[in-house]
Each structure stands twice: as structure tokens, then as C-alpha cells.
Design a protein around this ligand. Sequence first.
Ligand SMILES: *Cc1c(COP(=O)(O)O)cnc(C)c1O
Length: 419
Amino acid sequence: MGSTLTHLEGALSGATYPADEPANLDPKDGRPLLARYDLERAARTLTVESLATRREGGMWRWSELLPVRDPGHVVSLGEGDTPLLPQPRLGRAFGLPRLYTKAEGLNPTGSFKARGMSAAVSRNAELGATSFIAPSAGNAAGALAAYGAAAGVGVTVAVPVDAPPASRDEALAMGARLVLVEGLISDCGRVASALAERLGAFDVSTLKEPYRVEGKKTMGLELAEQHSWRLPDVIVYPTGGGTGLVGIWKAFDELETLGFIGPERPRMIAVQAEGCAPIVRAFEAGERFARPFENARTRAAGLRVPSAVGDFLILAALRESGGTAVAVDEDSITRTQLLAGRLGAGYVSPESAAALAAVPELCDRGELNPDEEVVVFDCGIGQKYPPPPNLPEPPTIDPSNYDPERLAAKLDARSRTKP
Ligand SMILES: *Cc1c(COP(=O)(O)O)cnc(C)c1O
């Protein structure tokens, strides 16, 4: 039941490297390294039947397809096995009755960053790292702080000054060292890489080491299992660095080799914000790599990634799957965040709202059919962000001196005005 990790492979170069020493980017081309497994050996113990008996462990139930050799090195806070929720009310509003969300906000620290950091901290600590550093738009900082603390190792994070304050507090409260950077996540990435050696910290930037993507891959494994080994028609994913999209796509390949699923694939759709849409721009231009996006701006902090080292992997997955890339504007992110809340999808993050906002847009363009099954990744909770603009001001009352009649009338009037 242990890991069947065999080697690392340059995602662009195809060169192979040993798996049992610390690794960042491919020394040949500065592009990502991906973990490869002995899937024949994995298939001996990982079967549909054996999985059904593994009730505990969250994402670590998939141990054959994860990189940690010694289970004693697994640092887990209960990540994974998030529900796949039907969204009938929101789906009807969009004209898409078979709409589902994968509720990733239920992970520890409120986002799917937990999966990636659980894998990266576990595996790199197994390889000897005693301190970690990463740039973050917010959620990765909280997740790395949590897993680093659980592993008993040092954590440093570099975060843009205008990142959501709740994530900064979260990381600081769990003992992480934090640097505020007057710039974007790409600037934070350069700061992290300059500090890494000086601090003796291992750099776990998105796709700059091979294991965060392995953690996020489990979203694809789970989705297939929850869907009875039949994939949905369409997957909509809010794309920043693209770790999740690349991981989910990798999961499907591994599941096919294991014989769990056939060759059919969902159309993969990457959603970005209009203010930072390098992948959308490259997709539309037919380019293999994405140029850095200038003056990146969006309230969806996790999508404010002007350039991604795994851009070609994201673009390849979109094209091979017959999917697409779409950018949504800030108003529709806010409107959809409020609509999702009112129609039962919960208080979702602006990134999740962006992904949901793409759904009616894609219906209008004829890219989604009303009878299709669509899974949207609800990647994080809304509570960690500044609130959507223009929430109504609630009435304040003195409980020993107020007129219930007038208060009720006031509340009634309010419920008739839509946000
Ligand atoms: C990091 C993050 C994203 C982007 O995810 P990637 O897999 O890196 O593209 C989207 N939404 C939220 C809430 C995030 O924290």
C-alpha cells in the first residue's frame, strides 16, 4: 500500500531524474518536474474494491499514487474527501440543472491549498527539509503555516501587501514568519527564491517543486471515485498558477492506466479574471506558452498570477480536452458571489465566484449545453477575504428600547430589495 513513486520527469524536456533527492525545477529548462509512479505495481493493491474499504485517511487513502514513502512522514490535518454537492437552485438560475460544486473550502485552512501543502511538506520533510518558504496570494500562506507547524518545521511566506489580511493573520498566528512585498505574487516568488538559500529553507512555490501538484491531483482522483468512475462532461476551474488543473488532468491519465476509467475526458475550462488573464490570452492566440500579464488586478487574489511556470501544461490540458479558457469581469465576480450565497452554494471565495460566473457566460456562448453535467471547483471559503462591496448596513437596536413593529417593517422592506 506504499508509494510507488519511481522517478521525476521534466514536464517539457522529458528528462528523468531520481525521485529520492530534493528537487525544484528541471535543471535543463527551468520548467516543472512531475512525479512518475510504477502504475502496474500500484494496480496490485489500489483497486476499486480496496479503495472502498479505505474509509479513513482523506487524500492519503491514495498512498500508492502519492510520493511519501514512509507513512510516518505523512503530515495530515484531515484534508481531502470534500463533498461533491449538487447545486439545484444555482443551476436552475444558470439554466444548467446538472451543476455541481466540489466543496474545497471544507479543507483545513479553508481552501484546496491544504492538499498541495500536505503533500509538499510531508514529502520534502521526508527528504530532509527542516524549513520551508513560499510566495502566496493568501491561502497558500495559511496552508503552509498550518502544515509546517504540524510537522514541527520552520515556515516563511512572502505575501503581497494588499493580500487579504485574514490570511496574513492566519499565517502569523500559526508561527510563520511573514514578509509583506510591495508587488505581485511574481515579485514574492523572486523574494522567496532569493531568501531560500540564505534561510536554509526549501522553496515550495507553485509547480517549482514536484509535490504540491501531487496533493492537488487527489481532487481528480476523488472526483472520479465520487462519480462512480465516470467523469462529468465539463470541469470548470479557477486558474492562477494552475496546479489544480494540471493535477486533475494528471490524475485522469493515471486512473486510465490503472484501468479505473476509460479514455473519455471532461472538457477542462480555465477561468481567470479579466484583470489578470494570461492563460486566456495565450489560449485565444493559439500560443504554447503565456506571456506575463501586465498590471495584474483582481479582487480574486488567488487568480492574480501574471505568469505561471506551468503555463504550457495548463494550455495543453485545455486543448487536449476540447475545453477552453474564459475571463470574467470584477462586477460579475461580485454579483455571482452574492447570487451563489443566496441560492445555497455558501459564502464562496471571489475565486470560486469567478469560476461560477463563467457558467452562464459559457452557456450564452454555446460552449455549455443545458443537459450537461458540470463540476465547478469551489476552491475556498469567502470568510478569508474582505467582504463583497456594498453589503447592506444592518439596523442596530437597543434591546431594552425598540419598536418591534417598526423593526419588522424595516427588515421586511430590506428583504424585498436585492443586493
Ligand atoms: C490558489 C488558489 C486558486 C488558484 O489555484 P491554482 O491551482 O494555483 O491555479 C484559486 N482559488 C483559490 C481560493 C486559491 O487559493
